[in-house]
Design a protein around this ligand. Structure first.
Ligand SMILES: C[S@@+](CC[C@H](N)C(=O)[O-])C[C@H]1O[C@@H](n2cnc3c(N)ncnc32)[C@H](O)[C@@H]1O
Length: 439
């Protein structure tokens, strides 16, 4: 047995036993650490995995967003109605703007004494005081709009209690509405209207004629804002349905059409909200009176609030493709899905009807596609429209301050497109066979 164990060690008394030979350290931890280190360095330093991670992250976020979008939102968490937001924002206008001016007072007070003295010589405090007066003048209109909103909410049973109080105030939309009174209904807004309205009115005249010829012809103006173009079309003798889903705008229309009895009845200081690019204090606080004309109530003009696509869908269900013309002014680019707008315009039009479009491509929010102009036109053709006329209106301004030191202008696309008539459909171009098919 012993021989199997190898030779017996000889132990000499007083001598320490020999140490076991040192073991070679295992390579594994070293290899693993190096690998981890290299991978981390590669991930940090090389763009490729970073890109990979980004792509993975984007995919995951997109997936989560898609999944979250499908979850039903409990009633209590639903956003307050647009009417609630409009009432809250109009009634808070004076308070909100007072806050803006208070911050300007405070900024002035923080300036060194010598600079404040110069400010005093320049009349800066008077500028702030006149701005406060201007805001108060605007508040008269804003309060009237809020009161109209409350009346409407009561009539229609729209809850505007706590939930609308909690609604985020939309001060920007209040200011936009005030500026739209100028664009649509004041002498000062005439230059903007004169750049845009004649091509539309001419196209309608070319298509339908004047006076008696256009009586009974139905025109839809979606996204009508404060409704001046719709009004002018109705003034030509057409029957017009004007539509907008914004209660900020719809309350403005109510003020004009139900509370206005004399020209220039209301007054605003629309430019007081921006101290930038003003040449004089007088320019900053100048008043604009409106309306330049009291809207006639005997015209065939109907305001239909709500979402344009929903409105057309509801009418379509009743089998009513009712309009001889659809006119879109600064509207197409508001779509959350441009193709849904094209489909809705198609569905709204009678066969042979025309679509007149005028506007830029300032996309809002995050629509399905933000197509360049040429692709928008191609999309319209794919939906089935025949584009008969195209033009560009250069340097068109929108709610601009004519006296300001800053100008911004659009080059607007203009076109007249036709939904082919039944005769064209008989020739093989039915709505089913059009490239886009029915919605
Ligand atoms: C840029 S503004 C143009 C207003 C007016 N056409 C003008 O030129 O002064 C667009 C308008 O479309 C309205 N709007 C946007 N999407 C809409 C929709 N889906 N249905 C109805 N109105 C809509 C907005 O509330 C807004 O008043």
């Amino acid at each position: 047995m012993d021989s199997l164990r190898g030779p017996a060690k000889t132990v000499v008394p007083g001598q320490l036993p020999a140490r076991p030979p040192p073991q070679t350290p295992s390579l594994l931890p070293f290899v693993l650490t190096s690998l981890l280190f290299s991978l981390t360095a590669y991930c940090v330093l090389s763009p490729r995995p970073a890109r990979l991670f980004r792509r993975l992250q984007t995919r995951l976020v997109r997936l989560a967003a898609r999944w979250l979008a499908r979850l039903p939102v409990p009633d209590a968490l639903q956003a307050p109605s647009d009417l609630g937001a409009a009432i809250h924002s109009f009634s808070a206008y004076s308070h909100a703007q007072a806050g803006v001016l208070t911050r300007k007072w405070a900024a002035f007070d923080r300036m060194p004494r010598r600079h404040r003295a110069i400010g005093d010589s320049l009349g800066w405090k008077d500028t702030l005081r006149t701005a406060e007066d201007a805001v108060e003048a605007n508040a008269v209109v804003a309060d009237e709009l809020a009161a109209l909103g409350l009346e409407l909410a009561r009539r229609e049973g729209v809850p505007v209690g706590l939930r609308s109080r909690l609604a985020s105030r939309e001060d920007g939309r209040v200011v936009e509405t005030l500026k739209h009174f100028v664009r649509d209904w004041s002498a000062e807004g005439r230059s903007e209207r004169d750049a845009l309205f004649p091509p539309v009115l001419d196209a309608l005249r070319d298509e339908f004629g004047e006076g008696q010829h256009c009586r009974g012809k139905k025109v839809l103006v979606p996204g009508c804002g404060l409704g001046r173009l719709a009004y002018e079309i109705a003034h030509q003798g057409f029957s017009v349905d004007a539509n907008d889903f914004s209660h900020f705008m719809n309350l403005g229309v109510s003020l004009l059409f139900t509370r206005t009895h004399t020209p220039l009845q209301h007054s605003l200081a629309p430019y007081v909200h921006s101290f930038s690019h003003q040449r004089t204090r007088a320019d900053l606080v100048r008043r604009v009176s409106f309306p330049d004309v009291v809207p006639r109530r005997d015209l065939a003009l109907r305001f239909v609030p709500g979402d344009f696509v929903e409105l057309v869908r509801a009418e379509d269900k009743r089998g009513q493709a009712r309009y001889d013309a659809v006119v879109t002014l600064f509207f197409l680019d508001t779509a959350s899905n441009l193709l849904a707008y094209l489909d809705a315009i198609w569905a709204a039009l009678k066969p042979g009807g025309v679509w007149i479009n005028e506007g830029p491509l300032l996309y809002y929010g995050n629509p399905g596609m933000e197509l360049p102009l040429e692709d928008v036109v191609r999309a319209a053709q794919l939906v089935g429209f025949v584009v008969e006329q195209r033009n560009e209106l250069r340097e068109v301004r929108y709610t601009a301050d004519d006296r300001g030191m800053y100008t911004f202008a659009y080059d607007c696309a203009f076109w007249v497109a036709r939904k082919p008539g039944l005769d064209a459909a008989e020739g093989g171009e039915t709505s089913e066979s059009r490239p886009g098919g029915e919605s």
